[in-house]
Design a protein around this ligand. Structure first.
Ligand SMILES: Nc1ncnc2c1ncn2[C@@H]1O[C@H](COP(=O)(O)OP(=O)(O)OP(=O)(O)O)[C@@H](O)[C@H]1O
Ligand SMILES: [Mg+2]
Length: 248
């Protein structure tokens, strides 16, 4: 129906999400009542001071960690209602990850690492898509190298290729440009933005960097486990301004 919003307009969402660590007087409310909707086919950045809950939000949205209470959804699948085994399957079939630490397997070549999630899921890789990802990321002559034979930026690009080649419904990235020099970081962010604009990829990215956040379609601001603000069509200046007002 025109004008009606269905849940599937969102690649992921959370309803009154809470995550508590520790107990008694040591209790930490890492997420303190989060309501958020991640629009499909958009690039969403998550910002906030250290300890504000950014990684916890990413991990609970992605089913890498479970909420203490509340619900999280990938598409219209409620992760919080599933057993661990089923969550693993949802993750494998729908979600890509890019972590700061890359998580590459040291004994596998670049190409083997990139294909690994598809191989594990016994799915074939679309060769045309594989080729375009590899060429755009400039990895063609690095496919036969082991991670230890690659620079930090190249390892990061292998991790990005691994996430993109699987064409997941949603990619979660925690500080993906954090370890890169500004040129490689800018190239990576440009590529992520292209994946969103040209291929309709959905991406959620945690970052500390206002310039990195400006590549996104919108920025969510976290403080003390709550979403306190949001900017659409961010610029580095508007993000910086908002961070100052939030006291980062
Ligand atoms: N496994 C854990 N056990 C206990 N406390 C935790 C655990 N993981 C996170 N926390 C706490 O939850 C809060 C949120 O942590 P989180 O890692 O989500 O913050 P963040 O915004 O990602 O910070 P940073 O920018 O430093 O990465 C912090 O107070 C942190 O100490
Ligand atoms: Mg973090």
């Amino acid at each position: 129906m025109p004008g009606t919003t269905t849940t599937t307009d969102f690649a992921a969402r959370m309803v009154n999400g809470r995550k508590t660590y520790g107990k008694d007087d040591m209790v930490v409310h890492a997420l303190d009542g989060i309501d958020v909707e991640i629009p499909r086919g958009k690039f969403t950045a998550v910002m906030g001071p250290s300890g504000s809950g950014k990684s916890t939000l990413l991990h609970t949205l992605a089913g890498l960690d479970v909420l203490t209470s509340g619900s999280s959804f990938i598409d219209d699948i409620e992760l919080s209602a599933l057993a661990e085994r089923d969550i693993t399957k949802v993750r494998r079939d729908n979600i890509g990850f890019i972590f700061q630490s890359f998580n590459l397997i040291p004994s596998l070549t670049g190409e083997e690492n990139i294909r690994l999630p598809q191989d594990i899921a016994r799915r074939s890789v679309d060769q045309e898509w594989f080729d375009s990802v590899i060429d755009v990321l400039g990895l063609r002559d690095r496919l036969d190298h082991l991670p230890a034979e690659l620079s930090g930026g190249q390892q990061q690009r292998v991790a990005v290729a691994r996430a993109l080649v699987a064409r997941p419904k949603i990619i979660f990235a925690d500080e993906p440009s954090g370890n890169l020099d500004s040129r490689s970081g800018g190239e990576l962010l440009n590529f992520l933005r292209r994946a969103v604009k040209e291929f309709g990829q959905t991406i959620v990215m945690v970052t500390h960097d206002p310039t990195a956040a400006s590549y996104a379609d919108s920025v969510l601001f976290l403080a003390d486990g709550k979403i306190v603000d949001r900017i659409d069509k961010p610029t580095a200046d508007s993000v910086l301004e908002r961070m100052k007002s939030l006291g980062e």
